[in-house]
Each structure stands twice: as C-alpha cells, then as structure tokens.
Design a protein around this ligand. Structure first.
Ligand code: UD1
Length: 419
C-alpha cells in the first residue's frame, strides 16, 4: 500500500493547475445513462472515484473511451444492466447517483445501499422519498434498493434537508418524467448547477439550479452532449489553506474564485492576502502564524463541510483559539485525534471542536481516515517539525489528483512510497 512521506517546514511558492471538480464529474458521468448517443466530457479529474464511476458505467454496459485530449467519451446506447453492485457502491457512496438516471431511462434500477461511512450514517432516505413521490415503487431487499416505475411522473418535492446528491438524483430522474417536477429546498452547490447545465446540453429543460427551487419539465428523450467540468473548489481551497499554513506565495490556475466566497473570506481573516482574476487565485502569506478563524459549516453558499478539516489543521497552528462547528455531518472530526498525535490541542464537544493553536507541530506516523480528513493531515505535516508518514492514502487518491506532484512543484518535500 502507498504512503506519503512528508518533511515539514518548507514555504510553498510557484504555480499549479487546479483539476476539474470530482463532485461535478461523478453525477455528470452518471447523467450520460439518461440518453443513447455519445457524450464527451472534458476536464475530468484523474481520480480513484472517477475510475470507480467508469467501472460502474462499464458494468451496466456503457462504452467508455478516453480520447487523445484526455476527455472521457461515454456512450450509453447499449446499456442493458440496471444493477449497481455492492462491491462498487461500497467504495464510493456517490455511486447512488446512478439510481435516478437508470430508473428514469429503463423503468427499473437495483442499486446497493451505500451503508455506513466514516463521517456518519449518511442515509439516502430523501432520494428514495423523492422518487417514490414521482411514482416509483421502492423496496429494500438484501441490502439493495429495488426501484420500479414504467414512467416517472412530475411531482412537487419538498426536501426536508439540503442534500447535494439527493437534489442531483431527483433532478436527473425528473428530466425524463411525465410533466413538471419542482424540487424545493434544493442544494445550491455549483456542482448542482454544472450538472443542470450538462442536462440542458443533453436536451433537458431544467431551470433554477443554483437557487433553492429547481423546476424540471420532463422531455421524452435526451441526447449525448459535449461538456467541460467546472474547476474543483475544494482542491482549490485545500492548496490555499496549505499556503496560509506554510507561508509563501502561490498562484492557482484554471480555477474560479467566484466558487469560493466563504473560503476566501476565512483565509483573509486568517491573515492571507488574496488576489483574484477570472480563472486564477494568488495567495500570499507573510505573517508568521495565521490568525485563528471560527468556522460554522453549512450548505452552499455557506462554509463547505469539505473544507472543515483543512481549516481545523490551520487553527491548530494559529495564534489563539477558535471554534469549529460541523453542522452538516455527524462525526466528521476523525482528523482531530491524528492532529493531536502531532501535538495539536483540540477539545471536542459534540459537533464542535475548540482549538488552541500551538507554535509547532511535530511529524508523526499518521493514518488517513477519510478524504478531507487526510488532506488536513497532509497540511499539518507540511508545517510540522521533522518527518511524517501518512498511511492509507487511497483516501486522498479518491479526491486529489497527483497531490504529491502538485505540492512538490511548489517546493514541498513530499513523496509517495510503495511497499
Ligand atoms: C455531497 C458531496 C460531499 C459533501 C456533501 C455536503 C458529492 C459526490 N459529495 O455528499 O463531498 O461533503 O455533499 O456538502 O457531491 N441526508 C439525509 N438523507 C438523505 C440525504 C442526506 O439525512 O437522503 C443528510 C446527510 O446525512 C448529511 C446531510 O443530509 O447530514 C447532507 O448530505 P448530502 O448533501 O446528501 O451529502 P452527499 O450528497 O452525500
């Protein structure tokens, strides 16, 4: 199994390119199941989760080709399968986004229930309730969701909680339903908007994505489309926090500052200087230690839960105390015990972490537990005295494209070792 070996203490400097957004690529790839015909998707990040989605689409019978421009061409004309098996779903909860498209196009879908997850129970009840309100018959048997609906009907859906993949599943299902569907209390994440834009490029009629009310007028069929995935705002944010912690000056290219309002505000509060252009962000950190910043996670446009762990790491070396409240997921502080092993001082009280910044962290052998938690360990290791090893980095490979290459390019002492 691969490990990352990191020696801390190096300020970061230079330019790197930001990859396409994982959380847009996954539902957009799943959406190709809605049509026969070829779709061509550009700026797809090279990540383990993307490979899992490719395997899943291949499993149901889609043809996938990586073209010379590294775009993925997906043709779902000959899809015959409707089963998303446990072996694939268990490695990536986001596999659930094939449920809506398979059911809408083929009238049937059998998708493994994702099950537990390191960051909380993460149920899919709202996905299922929404599909049921659109006329699907749903039952769970032997760990699998069985959904049937010869033709879904448009419905007025009020989501009890803001759910990103739930909104996406229902939006995709509604594109081929009979009549108009309204999704209220919809997720407003930029990745939802990206999916809606792709669906519209396929011939769907989706309006209001990016607001909390989305209207979808069903059409009889969709066609393939060409699309380019938007930049990854969480990857962007992670490198910005890295610089705010190590000091230095870095320019991130091929990103979009407009997607990062809440994160950029917190970085400025921490003492980083931020300059932006239409597709780049420059971050410069000259003060010694960052100011502590209080964080309260919430759905977009609030502060993203996917950036919470990275800011926890930043607060661990800040000059003073801060309070971090995780309001989206239960049990998303797995990184705290590992950070404490590096000398961090954190007090956990339910869904709140109170950090008292220390002047130095020390390198340690560390274990990655989930995707963003692992990113926070990388950041802490970049500033720690001495060497850290991070084990189980398959978690990092799920969401960060060539993290060790990008950080090395900025001067970090980081390498991947296999053993
Ligand atoms: C997506 C993102 C993930 C991000 C999260 C929150 C993808 C592939 N993943 O995950 O990176 O951390 O949004 O921004 O886009 N819930 C229910 N019932 C449901 C669905 C959700 O109770 O049917 C709860 C969840 O347990 C959680 C909250 O709603 O507490 C938000 O979860 P949700 O937005 O659904 O997260 P994901 O879509 O899985």
């Amino acid at each position: 199994m691969d490990k990352l070996l990191i020696t801390g203490g190096q300020p970061l400097a230079g330019d790197i390119r930001i990859s396409g957004a994982k959380n847009a690529a996954l539902p957009i790839m799943a959406a190709t199941l809605l049509a026969s015909g070829r779709s061509t998707i550009g700026n797809v990040p090279h990540l383990r989760d993307v490979t899992t989605m490719m395997e899943l689409l291949g499993h149901v019978g889609a043809d996938l080709v990586l073209d010379e421009s590294l775009r993925i061409q997906i043709d779902a004309s000959n899809v015959v399968g409707i089963v998303a098996p446990y072996d694939l779903v268990k490695t990536m909860r986001a596999s659930i986004v094939v449920l809506g498209p398979l059911l809408a196009r083929f009238g049937r879908a059998i998708v493994s229930l994702p099950g537990g997850c390191a960051i909380g129970s993460r149920p899919v009840n709202l996905h299922l309730q929404g599909l049921a309100a659109m006329g699907a018959e749903i039952h769970v048997e032997n760990g699998y969701i069985h959904a049937t609906a010869p033709r879904l009907r448009g419905a007025d859906l009020m989501l009890d909680l803001v759910t990103v993949t739930g909104t996406e599943n229902l939006m995709m299902a509604a594109t081929l339903a009979d009549g108009v569907t309204t999704i209220r209390n919809a997720a407003r994440e930029p990745e939802v908007v990206d999916l809606a834009d792709f669906l519209n490029a396929m011939g769907a009629r989706v309006e209001g994505a990016g607001t909390d009310t989305i209207h979808i007028e069903g059409v009889p069929e969709l066609h393939g489309a060409e699309y380019r995935i938007l930049p990854d705002r969480i990857e962007t944010g992670t490198y910005l926090v890295a610089v705010a912690m190590t000091g230095g000056e870095v320019r991130l290219k091929d990103t979009d500052p407009d997607l990062l309002g809440a994160v950029l505000a917190k970085l400025t509060e921490a003492g980083a200087q931020i300059e932006t252009g239409s597709d780049w962000i420059r971050v410069c950190m000259t003060r010694g230690r960052p100011h502590p910043v209080d964080i309260h996670t919430s759905p977009y446009p609030g502060f993203p839960t996917d950036m919470q762990a990275q800011f926890t790491a930043l607060n661990c070396i800040a000059e003073g105390s801060a309070t971090i409240t995780e309001a989206v997921f239960e049990n998303r502080f797995m990184h705290v015990s590992e950070l404490e092993r590096m000398g961090a001082r954190v007090k956990l009280e339910g869904n709140t972490a109170i950090t008292s910044g220390v002047a130095r962290l020390t390198g340690a052998p560390l274990m990655a537990t989930d995707l963003r938690a692992s990113a926070s360990l990388v950041l802490a290791a970049l500033v720690a005295d001495g060497e850290s090893t991070i084990d189980r980095i398959y978690h990092i490979d799920r969401g960060y494209e060539t993290i060790e290459e990008k950080l090395s390019q900025l001067g970090a002492r980081i390498r991947r070792v296999s053993h």
